[in-house]
Design a protein around this ligand. Structure first.
Ligand SMILES: C[S@@+](CC[C@H](N)C(=O)[O-])C[C@H]1O[C@@H](n2cnc3c(N)ncnc32)[C@H](O)[C@@H]1O
Length: 292
């Protein structure tokens, strides 16, 4: 019996894996150049592991612009910097958010910020809250729903929420005060009186009087802040995860400057390791109090 050996075709030994089949040519140099722009402009760090994500999110821009390579897109970005930079950052930013996200923050905010305000001021008083990196608005609207329910005649008091983000797409949505019915499922019953169903649509609108507690604005946290404090509380949650440690440390310092002594900084649940800070005391899970 003849032994038949399977034919072995020698493949050239290659140490680098082939790039997946892609609609647009996307080289390491493209990724590195775009990651550098995102970092320099918005502080967003994009490690190698985010390469596919960057490709996916920017491919839509290439399709819209009718381009076939990322090299062309880089040239376009360089030539139309301000306009395209805004769209570039909008495409790259991660905007996941929800109502009453990390609910313990809102319980703490109600008992440590709102309740003392109500106890001290039957009328008048001044209360300022900043939602920095507010995305599509669920976070500042959560705060507004609480203030509306807890503070009598809130619309006529000096009570304001500042809500800012770098991404102009999400800001436009946020300022409408209209959300999907599913997204407001997380709103506790006691805060629902300010919600009404939008006729003929699977959407819910927040009362204008509640929305009007919020001022929305575009603000890149890497730049100057034309913002007047002091704030009783700042929420900057799930934003600094995209920044490197020196950027985070600088931001925490700048936030602290704007919080009144005794006021609060709320950060995202995965951001607890901001280290010890001379003017902040850890006072709960990812809740810091300005002490000096
Ligand atoms: C994941 S969302 C967090 C939303 C909300 N704070 C929350 O916790 O649900 C992060 C937001 O940070 C914004 N962001 C990223 N870099 C920024 C920067 N340099 N300046 C201002 N906002 C930025 C993004 O546009 C995005 O909307």
């Amino acid at each position: 019996m003849a032994l038949v050996r399977p034919a072995v075709t020698a493949a050239p030994l290659s140490l680098s894996l082939p790039e997946p089949q892609r609609e647009f040519a996307f080289f390491d140099a493209d990724f590195r150049a775009l990651a550098k722009i995102a970092y320099e402009h918005a502080g967003i760090t994009l490690p190698e592991a985010k390469k596919n994500l960057v490709y996916g999110r920017l491919s839509r821009r290439l399709r819209t612009l009718g381009m076939s390579t990322f090299e062309d897109y880089r040239k376009h970005l360089a030539e139309n910097s301000d306009e395209e930079l805004e769209l570039f950052i909008n495409a790259l930013s991660t905007n996941h958010t929800k109502f009453f996200r990390e609910q313990h923050h809102f319980e703490h905010f109600t008992s440590h910020v709102v309740a003392p305000f109500v106890a001290t001021h039957q009328t008048g008083g001044r209360l300022r809250v900043w939602s920095a990196g507010c995305s599509s608005g669920e976070e500042p609207h959560t705060i507004a729903l609480i203030l509306n329910a807890e503070i009598k005649n809130v619309a006529n008091r000096d009570v304001r929420i500042l809500a800012t983000d770098i991404d102009t797409d999400v800001l436009r949505r946020a300022s409408l005060g209209v959300f999907s019915t599913v997204s407001v499922d997380a709103v506790p019953t006691k805060y629902r009186s300010a919600l009404s169903k939008v006729e003929g649509d699977d959407k819910v609108a927040i009362d204008r009087s509640v929305c009007s507690l919020i001022t929305f604005g575009r603000l890149n946290l890497m730049n100057d802040w034309p913002v007047r404090g002091p704030f009783d509380a700042i929420f900057c949650r799930n934003v600094m995860i995209y920044f490197d440690p020196p950027t985070k440390a600088r931001l925490v310092d700048r936030f602290t400057d704007l919080i009144r002594v005794g006021g609060w900084l709320y950060i995202g649940h995965s951001e607890s390791l901001i280290g010890s800070h001379p003017r902040l005391k850890l006072s709960g899970r990812t809740i810091y109090r300005r002490t000096a």
